[in-house]
Design a protein around this ligand. Structure first.
Ligand SMILES: C[S@@+](CC[C@H](N)C(=O)[O-])C[C@H]1O[C@@H](n2cnc3c(N)ncnc32)[C@H](O)[C@@H]1O
Length: 279
């Protein structure tokens, strides 16, 4: 009992330490708009939103994306924010707050019917069911209206294979949280060309090595973009977000009070290539 109280207290205090610390970068420090009060307020709001709206991701992941969106904005990286996979709209609400702050649009792609039928070749399929993670469009809209900034959001409903090919806007940050291999394939294939140089691609499923191997697959990048793979920061365990986790993800129940929640990212211009031969 005492132990539980200590852990809860630690997680509460952590919200403020984390929100202050994550924005402590050279670029953001030199801009006066993101002072300590703004950081605490934003961090607490993000945390609260993930408690109010059922969420598949943590407020820390959302703050990590906010950091890169703001830094990108200060570096004049052009483009809107795009989210593929919103569920109930928790990550969308927090992303919409940053979009509004910086005068950007948040474009949300989702079926609003949950996950599609599983494909036999998909190695992730056995973990999920059709229709899982369903958030109806009205429900998502209400959540963003109550907790985020609905006025900057645009909803594009449908299966990714049907909707993403007509995307036309430049992207400064793309968040992909779509669970299945064909869904990830469709999102990266259709939207990568729209990322501005230096723009970020974040993904929640960074712990699953087979899944995330797409970002290291020389044949996939050669075939689709005639380029080398960009790699992914946070592969296997997620980028460090003040979480204690040794991993791997598959045996997380063996690690009492460790947290395996994490996010990974790459950016347009990143490269991960092994092109040497040594005897
Ligand atoms: C894990 S949930 C997203 C969680 C959300 N980002 C959060 O932080 O709470 C996955 C979402 O991806 C969507 N999705 C997955 N594959 C899809 C596809 N092929 N077409 C459209 N939507 C898809 C589902 O409808 C679901 O809303």
């Amino acid at each position: 009992m005492f132990y539980k109280i200590i852990i809860r207290f630690f997680h509460f205090i952590e919200i403020f330490i984390f929100s202050y610390w994550i924005f402590n970068t050279k670029k953001i420090k030199s801009s006066e708009n993101f002072n300590a009060f703004w950081r605490f307020r934003t961090g607490y709001k993000f945390y609260k939103n993930t408690q109010k709206i059922t969420s598949g991701t943590s407020y820390k992941e959302h703050l990590a994306m906010a950091l890169k969106i703001i830094e990108g904005h200060l570096d004049n990286i052009e483009g809107d924010i795009v989210e593929c996979g919103c569920w109930k709209g928790s990550s969308s609400s927090n992303l919409s707050i940053i979009a509004k702050l910086l005068g950007k649009k948040l474009i949300i792609y989702d079926s609003f019917e949950g996950l599609p039928d599983m494909e036999i070749s998909d190695r992730e399929a056995s973990k999920y069911n059709r229709g899982e993670y369903r958030g109806m469009q009205e429900e998502v809209k209400n959540n963003i209206t109550n907790y985020g900034c609905i006025e900057v959001c645009e909803f594009r409903k449908g299966w990714f294979k049907d909707t993403l090919s007509s995307h036309s806007e430049k992207i400064s940050l793309l968040f992909i949280d779509v669970d299945l291999e064909p869904s990830l394939n469709d999102c990266v294939k259709s939207l990568w060309p729209h990322l501005s140089n230096g723009a970020y691609l974040f993904t929640d499923e960074c712990m699953f090595l087979n899944y995330i191997a797409l970002f290291f697959s020389e044949s996939w990048w050669k075939k689709n973009f005639n380029s080398t793979p960009p790699g992914l920061y946070g592969t296997g365990l997620g980028i460090p977000l003040l979480n204690l986790y040794v991993g791997p993800h598959e045996i997380r129940s063996e690690y009492y009070n460790h947290r395996s929640k994490g996010v990974g990212y790459t950016y347009k211009g990143s490269e991960a290539v092994w092109n040497k031969t040594y005897e």
